[in-house]
Design a protein around this ligand. Structure first.
Ligand code: CP
Ligand code: NVA
Length: 302
């Protein structure tokens, strides 16, 4: 594993290896056991979109691993004034030990990896959010102890989260049901892959998708960059909400997951959110541990 660009690039064993290391690093952190695997290493973090969790968890994660993180806003970098990604990649590779990038086009992340000579981590694109899904898988395994026989139901927009969840959960042997409006389905090629490699359903029937689910997942109706479509999306997505009716169909011990930030009253009701707040914030915490595992795997010396 040289980069984390998208989960499709990882084998199931590589994903499990990250999750196991994440559990170990979480244990070490909670028990005050030093784990300075990245002493003297520097991660550059390029952000072309806003972030709370990704920025803070990567920065804190590098610090806890004995290294440093540099926040690089695209507003300040020459990228924002048109310097090509392939030049940026080659320059930053001379200073840094790794780059985490949050941007729009998946092709930009892939280009950084192609032209640079250091590990690249995708901190969210319009296509994928692999770091989030590693944290989600870690959380699901904490609550359910294994992935065997589990069903994840994703309700909402067939966006970057739906794409990455589909791949990550199918690779772990879970069954996946996505409920979304007809014109807002996930990536066509990924759906084909999911159907060929596991138990996968994409439907506009929310209640069918939620039936007997062990994990109910949602995300915002309008992602970053889609703010102009917000009003029209609110109309289209009205039925695609996690609420009491949906929860009544899921297994009684189902957990609720959301990458956050959440919009209460839109994709999830206030009541369901607060009833499942503990697991939702465990999920957010696990961003830190899962990403530390990715950083050690990619930037560490072993
Ligand atoms: N879930 C997530 O990636 O959150 P941020 O946008 O706050 O980083
Ligand atoms: N789908 C959302 C995820 C935010 C973490 C977005 O891309 O804005």
């Amino acid at each position: 594993m040289k980069h984390l660009l998208k989960l499709s690039d990882l084998t199931p064993d590589e994903i499990v290896g990250i999750l196991n290391l994440a559990d170990q690093l979480k244990y070490e952190h909670k028990n005050g056991i030093e784990h300075h695997h990245l002493k003297g290493k520097t991660l550059g973090m390029i952000f072309q979109k806003s972030s709370t969790r990704t920025r803070v968890s990567f920065e804190v994660g590098m610090y806890q691993l004995g290294g440093n993180a540099l926040f690089l806003s695209s507003r300040d970098l020459q990228i924002g004034r048109g310097e090509p990604i392939k030049d940026t990649a080659r320059v930053l590779s001379r200073y840094l030990d790794g780059i985490m990038i949050r941007t729009f086009e998946q092709s930009e992340v892939e280009a950084l990896a192609e032209y640079g000579s250091i590990p690249i981590i995708n901190g969210l694109t319009d296509y994928a959010h692999p770091c989030q899904v590693l944290a989600d898988l870690m959380t699901i395994r904490e609550y359910k102890h294994s992935f065997k026989g589990l069903k994840l139901c994703f309700i909402g927009d067939g966006n970057n989260m739906a794409n990455s969840l589909m791949v990550g959960c199918i690779k772990m042997g879970m069954s996946v049901a996505i409920a979304c409006p007809e014109n807002y389905k996930p990536d066509e090629a990924l759906m084909k892959w999911a159907a060929e490699n596991g138990d996968f359903l994409c439907t506009s029937d929310v209640l069918l998708a939620a039936k007997d689910a062990d994990v109910i997942y949602t995300d915002v109706w309008a992602s970053m960059g889609q703010e102009d479509e917000f009003e029209s999306r609110c109309t289209v997505f009205q039925r695609f909400q996690i609420n009491d009716e949906v929860m009544a169909l899921a297994k009684p011990d189902a957990i609720v997951q959301h990458c956050l930030p959440a919009h209460r009253g839109e994709e999830i009701t206030e009541k369901v959110f607060e009833a499942h707040a503990i697991e939702l914030f465990d999920e957010a915490e696990n961003r830190l541990h899962a990403q530390k595992a990715v950083l050690v795997k990619l930037l560490g010396n072993n």
